[in-house]
Design a protein around this ligand. Structure first.
Ligand code: SF4
Length: 473
């Protein structure tokens, strides 16, 4: 799926390293591997044990940093962040890590996820005199830490973290230590690794591979890890709740070469494609996947169904951030700039087009149209996840129910809207059983909120969806 032309985006990626002479440089490489999780802003904060130095800006990792700039923030510990900016929530002040200076020392925070009680906490803090400089949930954590009244930083941080509800994978840097925390449901992935004697943490394991670090283990829900020059100490700020990792991490967001809790993302997607082929029977000549995230599921579908896999769609990799978005009357052009059908593959063929999800349906309609224009006689759309019927409150920019095609139409109506010859979704059970998690319970440790409307945490009345944050500025 092409995130940039569909309203479905990850909020961020986090990275941290402690105990390496090239901490900032390695963070740069780590952020590069996490670039798919956010392209609107990037930042690194490092420590030389005496003070924290920050470097951040709007844009892609390669645009924000240069070797000369990174040289200036040399240190042995660093944390980083890539950010997907929500509408209205963009601007340099929201680019992370957020850095806070005070007479008792500095503090930097990288956060992935969305809090469901941020508004409630903000109002409470404002009544106590806090003034917020950003629209980011992350600042709430900093204020809670500062106001907690406990004697040590560790106690302050644990107390503050215990007040947060929702999704948060956090890496916190102080002059003399790095701290790591994951929400009690473990909604977002967070992995711990080692590079020689240095400790590394990242949203995805692909960030370890790029720097040659080894995966050690996943950070556990409710855990609070303290890393200093004396080593790692594992503590807790909360008891773990029912594990509810975001299913869309497996289906779409994470890179295929990443492993989440020991399960390779590419292999999980292949199994979803195979299950889809077991759930339906379609006569067709060729299977193709919408690049990049649907290729694995398309291969799985092909293997199980025996229908040959072909490269029917090519992604144009050189459409950058600065690509001029087409005006309304040229919007079909937008898809053509980013995706091309391989005419020789699809002409005169009955095509099964595998995609990982449908949000609004507009992109699916355009891709079906592209394939038909290129001569496909039939286009059967098969989706390797169930219909998305509800918004996400945990940091994924999934539109409000009003904009979700599956929330307002039957599958037959959706098929008609996108112009496909047939439309099939994977079942919820088929998805959950085939990703490969073995956590106890019928959900096998997954959050299924956007598919079923049943969320793993309370959703507070004033919860703000990630893309609506500008309204509470
Ligand atoms: S609601 Fe959907 S997108 Fe959001 S965390 Fe849950 S599974 Fe992921």
């Amino acid at each position: 799926m092409l995130a940039e032309i569909r309203s479905l985006n990850e909020e961020c990626g986090v990275f941290g390293i402690w105990g390496h002479a090239n901490a900032a440089q390695l963070t740069y490489y780590g952020l590069h591997a996490l670039q798919h999780r956010g392209q609107e802003g990037a930042g690194i904060v490092s420590t030389d044990k005496a003070s924290l130095q920050a470097l951040k800006g709007e844009g892609m990792v390669s645009e924000v940093f240069s070797p000369e700039k990174i040289e200036k923030i040399a240190g042995t510990g660093a944390i980083g962040h890539v950010r997907y900016a929500t509408a209205g929530g963009s601007g340099i002040e929201n680019v992370q890590p957020l850095l806070f200076n005070s007479t008792t020392g500095s503090l930097a925070i990288s956060h992935n996820g969305n809090l469901v009680n941020a508004n409630h906490l903000k109002s409470h803090l404002e009544r106590q005199g806090s003034i917020f400089q950003t629209t980011s949930d992350t600042e709430v954590l900093a204020h809670l830490i500062k106001r907690s009244g406990y004697a040590t930083f560790e106690e302050q941080a644990k107390n503050a973290l215990s007040l947060l509800k929702g999704a948060f994978a956090c890496v916190i840097l102080k002059e003399e230590a790095m701290y790591i925390a994951l929400d009690p449901n473990g909604l977002r992935p967070l992995s711990l690794g080692k590079l020689g004697d240095a400790w590394v943490v990242a949203s995805e394991t692909c960030a370890f591979d790029i720097i040659g670090a080894e995966f050690v283990r996943s950070v556990e829900p409710g855990e609070f890890l303290v890393i200093t020059d004396d080593g790692l100490r594992a503590e807790r700020f909360a008891y773990p709740a029912e594990r509810s990792i975001c299913t869309m991490e497996y289906v779409y967001f994470s890179r295929p070469d990443s492993d989440i809790d020991g399960i390779n993302v590419h292999a999980a997607r292949k199994r979803l494609g195979k299950q889809l082929a077991r759930e339906i029977q379609i006569d067709a000549d060729v299977v193709t996947g919408v690049p990049d995230s649907s290729i694995s599921a398309a291969i799985g579908f092909s293997e199980e169904s025996g229908i040959p896999y072909e490269l029917g769609l090519i992604k144009n990799r050189y459409v950058g951030r600065t690509f001029i978005q087409p005006s309304q009357d040229l919007r079909e052009q937008g898809v053509k700039m980013k995706l091309s059908p391989v005419r020789q593959v699809v002409k005169g063929k009955r095509v099964i087009m595998v995609d990982d999800s449908i949000v609004r349906g507009t992109t699916s309609r355009r891709i079906v149209n592209l394939l038909k224009e290129a001569g496909a006689t039939e286009v059967h759309v098969v989706i390797s996840s169930p219909p998305i019927k509800s918004p996400c409150f945990y940091g994924i920019d999934i539109s409000t129910s009003g904009e979700l095609i599956a929330a307002n139409n039957t599958i037959e109506e959706m098929r008609e809207i996108i112009g496909a010859d047939s439309l099939t979704f994977l079942s919820v059970d088929g998805m959950v059983q085939n990703i490969g998690r073995t956590d106890p319970g019928s959900k096998c440790g997954h959050c299924l909120g956007c598919f079923t409307g049943e969320y793993p945490t309370n959703i507070y009345p004033d919860t703000v969806l990630p893309h609506e944050k500008e309204k509470v500025k």
